[in-house]
Design a protein around this ligand. Structure first.
Ligand code: TYD
Length: 218
């Protein structure tokens, strides 16, 4: 039995990550391909703390945010991602370490962020949903919910720039395979584009799971 495929979705707030993650989950199920849908921050104890910080109910430094996201991810990899992959189940993960790099490196050292995430398994494919900030802000405001701490145009602009730079410069660390998908068309068109990129990968032979720190797992 081959291990599952590790698929990550990334993008700025409002780019439709959760919608597309759900859609891919349904598509894989229709193809008879078992998958789990998971998300960071998680619903675990550290994830709950992060939710409070994102809602501005808890004031911590960006450095501490970076550590908390890494701690949440550590549990996520150990408890969910790795066991499911080893069971042959595909894992669809809504945000992962590139979010830490893009969101926290505005004020925190990028090298340090890579370092504290060195335990993290490198995804087989990272799908970046690319959406202009103006469009993302429109979508965020149309939800009618309180904005979270990063949901400001100037902040999202800086974050989007880091994402774009990382996807070009650091492709080998960002993930083995990067797909940039235009997030502007309708939900179905974006989903079709993601499906077209991901489905062929499910049949391909998997390479060994490695961590950012270079360890080979399993
Ligand atoms: P998001 O994924 O948009 O979830 P929801 O739609 O349920 O609010 O929210 C998570 C926020 O956390 C988002 O602003 C990105 C941020 N984030 C980081 O800053 N660093 C990280 O490592 C991760 C995973 C997320």
């Amino acid at each position: 039995m081959s291990r599952g495929l590790f698929i990550v979705l990334e993008g700025i707030d409002g780019s439709g990550l959760s919608t597309q993650a759900h859609s891919l989950h349904r598509t894989l199920a229709r193809q008879g391909q078992p998958s789990v849908l998971t998300k960071e921050p998680t619903t675990g104890p550290v994830g709950k703390l992060l939710r409070r910080a994102l809602g501005d109910q808890l004031s911590v430094s960006e450095e501490t945010m970076g550590l908390l996201f890494a701690a949440d991810r550590r549990e996520h990899v150990r408890q969910t991602i790795l066991p499911q992959l080893l069971e042959g189940i595909h894992v669809i993960c809504d945000r992962y370490y590139l979010s830490s790099l893009a969101y926290q490196s505005r004020t925190v050292s990028e090298d340090w962020l890579w370092h504290i995430n060195s335990f993290a398994l490198i995804p087989d494919v990272t799908i970046f949903i690319n959406l202009p900030v103006q469009e993302a802000m429109k979508r965020i405001d149309s939800r009618g919910l309180e904005r979270e701490v990063y949901e400001e145009a100037s902040i999202l602009n800086a974050i989007r720039n880091v994402f774009c730079r990382l996807l070009h410069e650091k492709a080998e660390r960002a993930g083995k395979r990067i797909m940039v998908v235009d997030g502007r068309p309708g939900i179905r068109d974006v989903a079709a584009c993601i499906t077209k990129g991901v489905l062929p990968l499910t049949d391909q032979q998997r390479s060994p799971l490695t961590t950012l720190g270079g360890d080979v797992i399993g």
